[in-house]
Design a protein around this ligand. Sequence first.
Ligand code: GRF
Length: 189
Amino acid sequence: KRIAIFASGSGSNAQKIMEHFKYSDDAEVSLVLSNNPEAYVLQRADNFEIPSHVFDRQEFYHTDDVVNILKRLDIDLIVLAGFLWLVPENLLKAYPNKIINIHPALLPKHGGKGMYGDRVHKAVLAAGDEEHGITIHFVNEHFDEGEAIYQGKFKVEKDDTLETIKFKGQQLEHLHYPKVIENLLKKYN
Ligand code: GRF
């Protein structure tokens, strides 16, 4: 099975996924895509000798280039890992139920456009939430709204700070995203 990862930034989740599948007989990360030519994830892809493709708004929203590249490579699953742009309709249609995302909160709480990075964790603290966590979900035409596949939770303690809840969330992401992907791929023929 062949995986494509979309990421806009550092790509620590992408790193864990590339590590996880590096020696797998069943699946590989075949391509990393980004809207951001400066994204560190591109360096990480290079380190794994995985090809990458950078696109701009014009290409992503007004051409079929990206879909064509994915089809040509026979990509089975699209994994968003810190990818900040909305997925266009042509891509959703080409990969129905084959695009997943990870969000650093317990959706439907603290999701939607502009809710990423520290903003999410600040909102959790401001709301006084007793628990926090991560959601891995299918992608649809709205930010952070598709059906959930997996949620991981932890209790927010009195002495937790933005840094500590962020760290706990990242640990959960890094542990579970590769496994969820592997389990999902097992269901594909
Ligand atoms: C993660 O927290 C993920 O949940 C969110 O963006 C962040 C990406 O981090 N969608 P990284 O680039 O994988 O380090």
